[in-house]
Design a protein around this ligand. Structure first.
Ligand code: MRU
Length: 379
């Protein structure tokens, strides 16, 4: 396809502000988030002084994406602890803020366990709070490291599946540094391909209805200097039919024991298209996204979002994501019911490979997935 569809950006940092950071001003510790509902129009910080503000930020998608939700959840527990709130209550409300990305509950539990362990060892509340914060910081660091290793494994896999480079990669939703302590999951692989001259183009699904692709992935792609093109989600079929997609790279919110992949709604149709067109469908996710306690895809709780996200559009780029009607411009008759699941589930049989920081699972089987998780728990 002609390159008149191309956009090449300047080579800049992904954002001026990190997606998440812990700060300790004189007024007391806070968790500072880059408010993702305001991108790409502006880089605005959101300062959370307690866990309930963070719960609201999670529900409104100011902070989002599986790995970052885990990190945020862990810091949220630490915030409750250092500010003297009830840690168990905060942990329960944080873990329940969104149901699908398993990383959120995992991150919350990790900081909560560190807090409990410090108390059990006879530590006082200050020591227990410090232990929760140390656990959150550790998770943050580990996620950054995992991101680098996923990029290495993912790049090697692309070389194996598509020798010769010149990859045209399709991605969905947003999986870069906005969702990670490092450079992300699927996007980190695309970035590594770009930096080594292997990426010809990143096709970016806009990702209806909240436009994580258009608002966030296009933003990250532009700033990285890679060649990218935005498309509506329903243009993907004709792109495959035209032979313009060499691989699909996506992230995951939860990977179940049987290898089913829950990810942003619209991922499953891409997997079906990829299979029909004999294109590899590659999922990139840290081991923290693998949930061996959930047996299969049918057991995943898929978040249902409010209908106004579909029946209204908001201007300029910023979706209003409250629980009530959003105050946007209606695009459907008043009273129209909307079906608005935030995620869908792709069965393992449609997934070519799952790339983790511990290695690549391919073919995707329950045994191979369990083995990669065991590898991570051994270190
Ligand atoms: O609803 P969101 O924006 O939190 O959904 C995010 C996704 O579906 C991502 O693809 C997933 O979390 C993987 S992020 C590395």
């Amino acid at each position: 396809m002609a390159d008149q569809y191309a956009h090449s950006g300047d080579d800049k940092r992904p954002t001026e502000i990190p997606a998440i950071r812990w700060e300790e001003p004189p007024e007391g510790p806070v968790l500072v988030l880059l408010d993702q509902t305001r991108l790409p129009a502006e880089e605005v910080e959101l300062v959370c002084t307690d866990a309930s503000a963070l719960v609201e930020a999670i529900r409104s998608l100011a902070v989002r994406g599986a790995p970052l939700l885990g990190i945020a959840g862990a810091y949220g527990v630490a915030l409750a602890a250092v500010r003297g709130f009830d840690v168990d209550e905060a942990a329960a409300s944080l873990a329940g803020a969104r149901p699908t990305a398993v990383n959120l509950a995992v991150g919350v539990r990790r900081a909560q366990s560190a807090h409990e362990a410090a108390l059990a060892k006879g530590g006082d509340v200050r020591q227990a709070a410090a232990a929760a914060l140390a656990a959150a910081r550790q998770l943050h660091r580990e996620d950054a490291e995992a991101s680098g290793r996923m990029a290495e494994h993912g790049l090697a896999l692309l070389d194996e599946l598509l020798p010769g480079g010149g990859h045209r990669v399709l991605t969905h939703c947003n999986t870069g540094s906005l969702v990670s302590g490092g450079e992300g999951t699927a996007f980190a692989v695309a970035l590594a391909a770009h930096r080594t001259g292997r990426l010809r183009r990143l096709w970016v699904d806009e990702t209806r209805p909240l436009l994580q692709g258009a608002r966030l992935t296009a933003y990250e792609a532009a700033r990285s200097g890679m060649a990218y093109t935005l498309l509506t989600d329903n243009a993907a079929g004709s792109l495959f039919a035209a032979g313009e997609v060499d691989a699909v790279l996506i992230g995951a919110d939860r990977i179940t024991a049987d290898g089913s992949v829950a990810n942003k709604v619209g991922s499953y149709p891409l997997a079906v298209l990829a299979r029909y067109h004999h294109v590899p469908f590659i999922v990139v996710a840290p081991v923290t996204t693998v949930d061996l306690d959930t047996a299969d895809g049918a057991s995943v709780e898929v978040e249902q979002r409010p209908g106004h996200e579909v029946t209204e559009v908001t201007a300029p780029q910023v979706p209003v994501v409250g629980v009530e009607a959003g105050g946007g411009i209606p695009v459907a008759p008043l009273g129209t019911q909307a079906y608005n699941p935030a995620f869908d589930v792709t069965p393992a049989e449609l997934v070519t490979a799952i790339v983790t920081e511990e290695g690549v699972v391919s073919p995707v089987t329950a045994e191979a997935l369990a083995e990669v998780c065991a590898r991570s728990r051994r270190v």
